[in-house]
Design a protein around this ligand. Structure first.
Ligand code: FES
Length: 177
């Protein structure tokens, strides 16, 4: 073996060794980076997506008043709901006009006028109707629109449990055709 050949053969394995070390490093660093990115990104993705997957508070009922306090004359009751809408959590105060019908069935109307959204009140003008102060819409005790508003007042879902009235989500008026 000449001196030159010896150098060649000694050089080749060295080159292969360097390449494999470089590859090893790039795989290792690449893998570590990917792992770290995964560790950082996955929680972010979870954070971003979780609230959207979370069940909303729709369908939950809030205890509002003792059943015994409800008469055939509508009364206004205020209550708070816990609301989760994506990332936005709030506890808005709502109000409902609650009364009994001729069959002693308790029902609750939303105070939001179906004309342009002002707040109605019972018997504000002494006519045994719901009146809206904005453009004079009027509704019957069942929430049926008499003038101005195009639709009846919405209703809350009502549940009676252990002597208390619970109010749930708002639904279209089921009392008037
Ligand atoms: S908003 Fe009620 S009448 Fe216009």
């Amino acid at each position: 073996m000449s001196n030159h050949e010896h150098q060649e053969s000694a050089h080749k394995p060295l080159q292969r060794k360097e390449m494999s070390r470089r590859q090893f490093l790039s795989y290792t660093l690449g893998g570590t980076t990917a792992f770290m990115m995964g560790g950082a990104v996955l929680p972010m993705v979870r954070f971003a997506v979780d609230p959207l997957l979370e069940k909303k508070t729709e369908g939950t009922f809030v205890k509002v008043v003792e059943e015994s306090k409800i008469t055939t004359d509508p009364q206004e009751f205020k209550f708070q709901i816990h609301q989760v809408d994506g990332w936005y959590v709030s506890d808005p105060e709502l109000s409902a006009w609650v009364s009994k019908d001729a069959n002693n069935k308790i029902f609750a109307l939303s105070p939001i006028c179906k004309h342009l959204g002002c707040t109605i009140a019972w018997n504000a003008k002494g006519k045994d109707e719901y009146d809206c102060p904005c453009h004079d819409a009027r509704y019957t005790k069942d929430g049926k629109n008499i003038t101005v508003a195009p639709n009846p007042l919405d209703e809350y879902e009502v549940k009676i449990e252990n002597g208390f009235v619970y109010l749930g989500p708002v639904k279209p008026n089921s009392r008037v055709g």
